[in-house]
Design a protein around this ligand. Sequence first.
Ligand code: AP5
Ligand code: MG
Length: 216
Amino acid sequence: MKQVVILMGAPGSGKGSQAKLFMGEKGFFHISTGDLLRAEVEKKTDFGQEIKSYIDNGALVPDSVILNIVESKIVANDKMLFDGFPRNIRQAEALEKIFEKNNIKDVFIVRLDVDDDIILERVVNRFQCAKCGAIYNSKSRPTKVKGVCDICGSEDFKFRQDDRLEVVKSRLDVYYKETAPVLDFYEKGGKHKVFGFDSTKDPSDLFVEIFEKLKI
Ligand code: AP5
Ligand code: MG
């Protein structure tokens, strides 16, 4: 039976960091619409350039683009973890239709809670391994050996264009306007269980707590 976990939370709440643990330790297939869009941008096509202009301004990419990307991934995988999707009510409604069409009933919503001031501090200090994608933070989660990825040993790191302070503030505004109502949609809709977590805890401890609560 197909199983879906949806990680919800503001930019910088720790969705990507938890997703890496879900993949590595529990074999979930990670569907991050942000990562998929950034991969498209790196191809430097006209389509990629169009996507880049939305991301760099902290705006949402049009729903039609996102839904095309997501549906192809859903059909192919059994244990899926969504990170950064759905991001508005239209996407959430479209996802319900995809669930119905594919007879997916085992759906868990994980809400990661962090205050905005912590988020701003986290995101502007984030960096990532350019080779394996491991996520670090120069203040709260540096590499064990300076300049060397803990996971794959690469010395190549990257920063996100949309992690500049003014863009992060816009992303937070978009989150409260467009994405927070999706949590209401799930909480009031009663179709899927919503589990809330304090995402200021150590990421590994938090991961264990999430699994104990979800019982999956
Ligand atoms: P996306 O890539 O989804 O970004 P986001 O939602 O803004 O979230 P982030 O990736 O910034 O943060 P995160 O929650 O993954 O946190 P992380 O684990 O890295 O989207 C980017 C853009 O793409 C959007 O703005 C939009 O333009 C477009 N887009 C994407 N999906 C879309 C959709 N469905 N529809 C339309 N447009 C879409 O952690 C952050 C930092 O905190 C790291 O440095 C990490 O080390 C640290 N950290 C994490 N957890 C902890 C912890 N527990 N304690 C201390 N530090 C921690
Ligand atoms: Mg992320």
